[in-house]
Write a protein that binds this ligand. Structure first.
Ligand SMILES: [Zn+2]
Length: 448
C-alpha cells in the first residue's frame, strides 16, 4: 500500500477479503542431509503447515511400502522417531523441449482456433504429484496408514516432489488449534530417488534432519487496492479492474509467481496516470492475498462487492463491473489473450488491440485458462481474462526456490505493462462494456 501511495495513486487501501481459519505458518529452520552410506546435503523445504522435529534428528531411513493391510503390521512399533521416506509416486521425465521458449507462430495460430472446453492451463506438466500411498485407491487402507503414522509418530515424513534438484512446495491440511502435524519435508525427486534405490538394494541409509516451524493465529486475507477514479458522469462508478496476487510459496521469493504480475499492474497504472488521460470509468488495481490457498482474496472481493453468493444474487457492483485483466503465468511477454469462451468479448478486444498494431501482441484465443484469480469473476459470468505468455522457465520454477528475481526478464514485464495500460484505458474509455456470460444452470452457492 505504501508503494501505491508513493506513486500518488488515489484511494490506496487495504481491504479485508476473508478470515483465514488455517492461521499463519512460518519456517524458521530447515536442514536435511544423508549421512550414510556417505554424506550429501540436500535442498529441502518443509511442507507448509507441517510441524517441527525435536531438534536435530539422526536416524536410519525407512521406506514406507504398504500395499495391503497386512503390510501395515510390519511397521507397527518401528516408526517412532524414525525418518520415514514416503514411496515414489512418479519418476523424472526427461525434457526434450527448451525450458524457456517464445511462442511460435504455429502455436499462436493453434491457440487462436476455436477448441471449445480445452483448458490451456500451463501448470500440469511439472505439477508436484500428490502423495498417493496406494494406487488402488483403497480409502480404508489409506485411512489405516494415516492412523499408523499418527500412532507411531515418526520424526519426519519425507516425500519427493519437483525436479531439477529443486523441491516444489505443497502443504498439509491443518486448521489453527489442531494438534501440531508431524514434520514433513519435500526433497527433489533426484535426492528422494537415490535413497530409495539404495534402500531397495539393502544398503543402510541414514539422514539427519532439523525443521523448526511456527504457527500463529488471527490471520485474515487482505487485498491491496488503489485506483484512478473515473470522470464520466454516467460511467465513473463502473470499474475496469487489473490485478495479480501478492502471496507466494515459501522456498523462493515469488518473483515470477506473482510479484511479476503485481509490478506489471502497478506500472500499467503508473503509465495511465503519467500520460494524464482522464479515464471515463474507474481503473482499479487489486493485489490479491491468499491466491495460493484457493483464490481467497479475489473471491472475497467478488463476494463482498459483486455477488451475494449466499443468496445467489448480484450486488450493485456486478452491474458496474466492466473488465478484469489478470497476470499470473510468469514473467514472459504477452502475446495474446484467452477469452474464456466468451464470444461477446471478441469485438471489444479486436477494437482495443487495433491500437497496438506495431506491437507483437494480439492473438485472441477463445480458450479457457484456469488456476488463478480471473476465475473468481468468470465463475459469476463477468468478463475476466488471462494472457497468452511466452514461457520463461515458468513451468520449471514456480513454487520452488528457483522463483527469484534472477529469472525475470524486465523488458518483457515493461512490454506487458504497456499492453495492460492500453487495454485498461481502452476499456475505460469505450462507450460499451463486455456483457456478462449467462450463468450456467449448475451455478450454485456451493460452487467454489
Ligand atoms: Zn500465481
Amino acid at each position: 500500500m505504501e508503494k501505491l501511495e508513493s506513486l500518488n495513486f488515489p484511494n490506496a487501501r487495504i481491504e479485508k477479503a476473508a478470515d483465514f481459519p488455517r492461521g499463519g505458518w512460518d519456517n524458521l529452520k530447515t536442514y536435511a542431509a544423508m549421512t550414510a552410506p556417505y554424506y550429501c546435503n540436500f535442498t529441502a523445504i518443509p511442507k507448509a503447515w507441517s510441524g517441527s522435529t525435536k531438534g536435530l534428528v539422526t536416524s536410519e531411513v525407512i521406506v514406507l511400502s504398504i500395499n495391503t493391510s497386512e503390510d501395515i503390521e510390519k511397521y507397527q512399533g518401528k516408526l517412532r522417531d524414525k525418518i520415514v521416506l514416503m514411496p515414489a509416486t512418479s519418476g523424472y521425465e526427461m525434457q526434450f523441449t527448451p525450458f524457456a521458449s517464445r511462442q511460435t507462430d504455429e502455436r499462436l495460430a493453434q491457440l487462436s482456433t476455436d477448441l471449445r472446453f480445452q483448458d490451456s492451463g500451463s501448470r500440469s506438466q511439472f505439477q508436484a504429484q500428490p502423495i498417493v500411498i496406494v494406487a488402488s485407491g483403497a480409502m480404508g487402507l489409506q485411512q489405516r496408514i494415516r492412523t499408523l503414522l499418527e500412532q507411531e509418530k515418526p520424526a519426519v515424513l519425507i516425500s519427493g516432489g519437483g525436479a531439477f534438484n529443486v523441491p516444489r512446495s505443497t502443504s498439509v491440511s491443518y486448521r489453527y488449534g489442531d494438534p501440531e502435524p508431524v514434520a514433513e519435508l519435500i526433497l527433489p525427486v533426484e535426492a528422494h530417488g537415490r535413497m530409495i534405490r539404495m534402500i531397495n538394494e539393502n544398503i543402510n541409509v541414514s539422514m539427519e534432519v532439523e525443521i523448526k516451524n511456527e504457527f500463529y493465529d488471527n490471520q485474515v486475507i487482505n487485498n491491496v487496492i488503489a485506483e484512478i477514479p473515473g470522470t464520466d458522469a454516467k460511467l465513473k462508478d463502473e470499474v475496469v479492474l487489473i490485478g495479480g496476487h501478492l502471496d507466494s510459496w515459501h522456498g523462493g521469493t515469488g518473483a515470477a509467481d506473482n510479484a511479476s504480475g503485481c509490478i506489471v499492474m502497478i506500472e500499467a497504472l503508473r503509465i495511465i496516470q503519467e500520460i494524464g488521460v482522464k479515464p471515463r470509468r474507474t481503473i482499479r488495481i487489486a493485489l490479491w492475498g491468499g491466491e495460493e490457498q484457493g483464490l481467497i482474496g479475489s473471491r472475497g472481493y467478488m463476494e463482498n462487492n459483486l455477488y451475494n453468493v449466499r443468496e445467489n444474487k448480484p450486488r450493485k457492483g456486478f452491474e458496474q463491473f466492466a473488465l478484469y485483466l489478470n497476470m499470473d503465468n510468469g514473467s514472459g511477454k504477452f502475446r495474446g489473450i484467452y477469452l474464456e469462451e466468451n464470444d461477446m468479448a471478441f469485438p471489444f478486444f479486436r477494437q482495443w488491440i487495433s491500437a497496438m498494431e506495431a506491437m507483437d501482441f494480439g492473438v485472441l484465443s477463445p480458450r479457457k485458462t484456469s488456476g488463478t484469480d480471473h476465475q473468481s469473476f468468470d465463475r459469476i459470468g463477468l468478463p475476466a481474462f488471462q494472457f497468452i505468455q511466452d514461457n520463461l522457465e515458468y513451468n520449471r520454477g514456480y513454487h520452488t526456490p528457483m522463483d527469484t528475481y534472477e529469472r525475470l526478464i524486465i523488458t518483457d514485464l515493461q512490454y506487458n505493462a504497456a499492453v495492460i495500460a492500453c487495454l485498461a484505458l481502452s476499456a475505460a474509455m469505450d462507450n460499451g462494456k463486455i456483457p456478462p456470460k449467462p450463468l450456467s444452470s449448475n451455478f450454485s452457492t456451493q460452487r467454489r
